[in-house]
Ligand binder design. Structure first.
Ligand SMILES: [Zn+2]
Length: 128
């Protein structure tokens, strides 16, 4: 009887170790899968950046970022939405005259209009 109990105890202990090992294996596989996915995303982002150039080469330098944030802090609402009696947060300073045409007016606020993403897309699509 004592021998049977001892064997049963050993089995329980062995099963517990196996179950811990299984859980650990599952965690390792899960972690590995997530790492592979993260690496894949990093690779895709790097390829995308390579194709379109770095943020600095596209003109998104730190001065521009700071200016954008400051401008949106002072002009927090989308003016096109306000014209239609909607209150929407502005997320993008829109250049009324395109930078390609007048690059010197990049930070000139008389050439800017605060817009939400949707209104900015509409204006950009129609070219002004
Ligand atoms: Zn809007």
């Amino acid at each position: 009887m004592c021998e049977m109990l001892a064997r049963e105890k050993k089995n329980i202990a062995r099963n517990a170790v196996r179950s811990k090992e299984t859980m650990l294996s599952a965690l390792i596989v899960q972690h590995w899968s997530l790492s592979v996915i993260a690496l894949k995303h990093q690779y895709i982002a790097a390829r995308y950046d390579q194709q379109r150039g770095s943020s600095d080469s596209r003109g998104y330098d730190s001065k521009r970022r700071r200016f954008r944030l400051d401008y949106l802090r002072r002009n927090p609402l989308c003016l096109d939405c306000l014209d239609q009696d909607r209150v929407t947060a502005a997320t993008e300073p829109h250049h009324l005259i395109k930078l390609k045409i007048e690059p010197d007016r990049k930070y000139n606020e008389t050439n800017l209009r605060p817009l939400c993403h949707e209104c900015h897309s509409i204006r950009t699509a129609r070219g002004g």
